[in-house]
Design a protein around this ligand. Sequence first.
Ligand SMILES: Cc1cc2nc3c(=O)[nH]c(=O)nc-3n(C[C@H](O)[C@H](O)[C@H](O)COP(=O)(O)OP(=O)(O)OC[C@H]3O[C@@H](n4cnc5c(N)ncnc54)[C@H](O)[C@@H]3O)c2cc1C
Length: 468
Amino acid sequence: MNDQETQRRVVIIGGGFAGLFAARMLRRAPVRVTLIDSRPHHLFQPLLYQCSTGILSEGKIAVPLRDLLRKHKNTDFVLAKVTGIDAEGRRVSATRPLGDQLEFGYDYLIVAAGVQQSYFGHDEYATWAPGMKTIEDALVIRRRVFGAFELADTAADPAERSRWLTFALVGAGPTGVELAGQIREVATKTLRDEYRHIKPEDARVLLFDGGDAPLAPFGPELSAKAARTLAKLGVEQHMHSIVTNIDGTGLSVRAQDGTVTRHEAATVLWTAGVAAPSVAAAIAAATGAKQDRAGRIMVGDDCTIPDHPEIFVTGDMMSLNKLPGVCEVAMQTGIYAGERIKHEVTGKMPTKPFRYRDLGSAAYLSRGRAVVSVGRVHLSGFLAWVIWLFIHIGFLTGFRNRLGALVSWWPAFVRDVRRERTYTTEQVGLIHSAYDVLPPAAAGAALTGNTTGAELPRAGTEPSSRTG
Ligand SMILES: Cc1cc2nc3c(=O)[nH]c(=O)nc-3n(C[C@H](O)[C@H](O)[C@H](O)COP(=O)(O)OP(=O)(O)OC[C@H]3O[C@@H](n4cnc5c(N)ncnc54)[C@H](O)[C@@H]3O)c2cc1C
């Protein structure tokens, strides 16, 4: 038997921060790693809002996982969507694009599949109000934001024009605040001289949240500063407001006193709420793990599922001591899981329980304005913005992307120029998910754009094993 056959198998579900850092930790360990992700890229979610508002291209915030893993000789990448596990038989089942079933055996499993947008039981809102989690979301938002100004420019009816020039955001956490500020900057700076029939600066940006203030997790002092900066930018803040309906022309909102107000807004964006994806429920059912209210899997202080020391849950999908869903938690838990496995297979001392080192948080408000909170240190304004800049340059994945982001930020921050405003006016590419099982001809077209699909394999349901 060669080494490959005797080495333990580690399957990692998800190539976000947690999965990627786990794979990096295992790079030189005597294990065979299979990293499965339903998308081909590692995405830097914190800069999605800059992609959707024309500062950065999608290529600058997403890196092919194959590229990132090319020097990991013990790691195989598989593009597939994990659907469930057999905890007894230690097998993971997945669907390959076009619908075929795959199976992977494991000795250790690291679950790092993140979270997705939650509409708090109102999934019908998704039709009108895209969320902000994926590249697809960012490109839809880019089209809706820049497209709204075009439709306002040619609208003959003043009410219609005003509707196109009204942007509503639901959720005043970091994503909502960052997007709200960016849309006002697009309107008042980037598009200032480009239109002949409208004044882009007339665009209204309404920010709704059920809480007391924007950026509440940053504490009252920074939250108040953020509210003042947003007000100066022209963002209209509606706190203590619960959205009761969203449709194609606007939204209805209930205030604290119970009154419901209708707001006409052609662009509504959803930046509130997360929930674990369906694979979390499948894993919980197979292992008996408990889930919290958002569906995240509850783990012990070694990041494993009780009674399953071989299954780690890391990053956003993990529920442990109310840790927040942020990159640092994902990276640190990914590293921890990788290290623990490495220690076990090499017979080293057992790793200590997981301890989170809080390195603080930062949110961008507008050009030259940010808030940063590190322990007892609370900063806002220009200094915080400089710190924000360094943090994001440091954490962006890949040297080329760091350099590329700097090159794109220079004209955006100095001259209000946004070079990444391209969007399509016709449906391009997939209208189905790549994982839907379609008739053979349609399946070919769905994945490749090939209109006949003739030479592509049929979608089937027979499982085939890869690492078992
Ligand atoms: C808009 C936005 C802004 C943010 N800003 C900040 C910020 O400023 N600072 C900060 O610290 N954090 C921020 N976050 C949070 C941060 O991005 C997350 O905490 C972090 O990405 C979590 O990493 P993860 O690896 O757990 O999950 P993710 O990064 O979400 O990765 C999960 C991976 O799993 C894959 N996957 C999911 N389901 C399956 C499946 N069934 N089969 C196979 N693969 C699957 C996905 O394709 C994805 O690649 C932000 C998040 C968003 C959405």
